[in-house]
Design a protein around this ligand. Structure first.
Ligand code: PEP
Ligand code: MG
Length: 597
């Protein structure tokens, strides 16, 4: 596939974060994808010393590159991140490594690339098998540096996200959540990647960072795009346009303007209540991944935080956040919310958020493995205890609620409650302040949890339905796999039945129900969720305006009617049709925005 200077081409991808991006592309090819096992090539014995010289040159080039990067990161005031490079520099300078590679080249007469790869793989294998977490995590450093050295050895041009100097559209096979959260927003216009769906954590981050994004870009296209090619991302309709003609570009600039106006119109009214025309209040809260976006909450009129994903405190670092560090972050969020409810979710790693130094070893099916509460109660009890202690202490500074991810049985709640009591006793013995009664909620993200909400409800203070996972586990689709993204159907009657079940159990037990998955942010589903009796919707802050507008145009009577009809539909398509009909009446501006997609 040739894209260079060619004709305009339009591809249909999957829109996962709204907005329009127009600009030049930056192809990001992760180093290890390209530098996997080099060919086993022999050299003449007489060439050995020259080959060793080439290896040493690659080491000094890498050293120079690392120092420059370290300086760059440091000047951006990210000193903790800059320190990571110290560990990398030590590896480049490691005499044992240099000696071993030189010996391999001299004795086996192999190329420097091959010798280096063989030696490094041995190191990585040994470290990855260690029981000590700290040593295991060094394997990640070694791989990272090895990729840099290998790229200097092969002189292969390797793109790295650190090389972004001007504002670009990133194109890549994939971006994982830890890479995405580190993107410098001033240098990224948006991204178009091959893998992932609207509910992958990378897509969730794109929406929080307000970066237009697409997934499902054909692999050959990603391979064919060269740095500097021009492209357009339409994060509403999913179109990806390569080499756009001037006229197309103008059309999209206009579309960006029009949608921008509609969105800011929807955001006005942040002081208005989110109640239906007949007076039923539905709370609208914000989802946050980091403590950075706190100022935006008041601007959009969020009633508080409905989901704070704490795992981002644990990503992109080589150690665990301490109790003090966590305490400070939780306290900051609680204080900033000034008495408004703040729901903090305990560590939810696993699935697409893998942290090498937390896991003993990678899993074959990470989404079905030790994820969320399972990891916390089993392999990482100490990490869980530290987090709960920090939460119990921070709780005195505001209106804290804590929720547990990936619940699939009642013991996970009872065990956590026992642990909380133990920690409270410990804190009391140390005469530290803590919340005496922790408001604890269960996330309903698995069909098992939804089907036993009658048993769970008496044990908790609230439910929060994580529809991203509830849809994933009910429809049996990997949320990171774009090929089954068509089955991500939150409005499917089976999902609605599970939500209904949850609301009924909550009502019987006098507790409240929130929805904090992506479904809550999509105005097409708002009338359904309101009609099903959900009390709170939590979403990325930028979606609150549109959802509020829908709620204010609805009557509970109509919404309940819709929900009961939807429950007896056969397909998601039928449900959406019914919901859109009501939406047209309730919030024409919102429909205008959807239609522009
Ligand atoms: C969910 O599953 O809907 C949810 C909110 O949690 P996460 O997206 O972080 O898995
Ligand atoms: Mg989830």
């Amino acid at each position: 596939m040739n894209t260079r200077g060619g004709k305009e081409k339009i591809y249909q991808a999957i829109p996962v974060s709204p907005g329009i991006a127009i600009g030049r592309v930056f192809p990001f090819r992760r180093k290890f994808e390209r530098n996997a096992a080099p060919e086993d090539r022999s050299i003449a014995p007489a060439a050995a010393e020259a080959e060793i010289g080439r290896f040493k040159q690659a080491l000094s080039d890498t050293c120079r590159e690392l120092k420059a990067l370290q300086e760059q990161v440091r000047t951006n005031l990210k000193s903790a991140e800059a320190n990571i490079f110290d560990a990398h520099l030590l590896i480049v300078d490691d005499q044992t490594l240099i000696n071993e590679v030189s010996k391999f080249i001299r004795e086996k007469h192999k190329t420097a690339d091959f010798a280096f790869h063989q030696v490094i793989e041995k190191y990585v294998a040994v470290l990855s098998g260690m029981s000590d977490e700290y040593l295991r995590e060094r394997a990640v450093d070694i791989r990272d540096v090895a990729a840099r050295i290998a790229s200097h050895l092969t002189h292969e041009e390797v793109e790295s996200l650190e090389q972004l100097h001007d504002r670009r559209i990133i194109v890549a096979a994939d971006l994982n959540p830890s890479e995405t959260v580190q993107l410098d927003r001033s240098k990224v216009l948006g991204f178009a990647i091959e893998s992932g769906s609207a509910t992958s954590h990378t897509a969730i981050l794109a929406r929080s960072m307000k970066l237009p994004a697409l997934t499902g870009i054909p692999h050959e296209l990603i391979e064919a795009l060269a740095s500097g090619d021009k492209a357009i991302i339409d994060g509403f309709s999913g179109k990806f346009i390569v080499n756009p003609e001037r006229r197309t570009e103008e059309t999209y600039r206009l579309k960006a303007e029009e949608t921008g106006k509609l969105i800011s119109d929807l955001q006005r009214g942040s002081l208005l209540t989110s109640e239906t025309m007949d007076g039923f209040m539905v709370q609208l809260a914000a989802n946050l991944e980091t403590a950075e976006g706190l100022e935006e909450l008041a601007q959009v009129g969020a009633c508080g935080i409905g989901l704070f994903r704490t795992e981002y405190l644990f990503l992109n670092r080589h150690d665990l956040p301490t109790e003090e560090e966590q305490f400070e972050v939780y306290k900051k969020i609680l204080v900033a919310n000034d008495g408004r409810p703040v729901i903090i979710r305990t560590l939810d790693v696993g699935g697409d958020k893998f942290i090498a130094h937390i896991y003993r070893s990678p899993e074959e099916n990470p989404f079905l493995g030790l994820r969320g509460i399972r990891l916390c109660l089993h392999e990482c009890r100490d990490v869980f205890r530290t987090q709960l202690r920090a939460l119990l202490r921070a709780g005195v500074f505001g209106n804290l609620k804590v929720m547990l991810p990936m619940i699939s049985c009642v013991e996970e709640i009872t065990e956590t409650r026992t642990l909380v009591r133990e920690l409270q006793a410990e804190l009391a013995a140390k005469q530290l302040d803590f919340v005496p009664r922790l408001s604890l909620g269960a996330m309903i993200e698995t069909p098992a949890a939804a089907l036993q909400t009658d048993l769970l409800a008496p044990l908790v203070d609230f439910f929060s339905i994580g529809t991203n996972d509830l849809v994933q586990y009910t429809m049996a689709i990997d949320r990171g796999n774009e090929r089954v993204a068509y089955l991500y159907q939150p409005a499917h009657p089976v999902i609605l039945k599970l939500i209904r079940l949850c609301v009924e159990s909550a009502k019987k037990n006098n507790i409240w129900v929130s929805v904090c998955g992506q479904m809550a942010a999509d105005p097409r589903y708002t009338p359904l969720l309101v009609g099903l009796g959900v009390h709170e919707l939590s979403m990325e802050p930028s979606s609150i305006g549109a959802v509020r507008r829908v709620i204010r145009g609805l009557s509970m009577h109509e919404a309940e009617n819709l929900a009961s009809k939807a429950l007896s539909c056969d397909t998601s398509e039928e449900v959406i049709k019914l919901s859109l009909k009501l939406l047209r009446k309730a919030a024409p501006t919102v429909v205008e925005l959807i239609d522009l997609s």
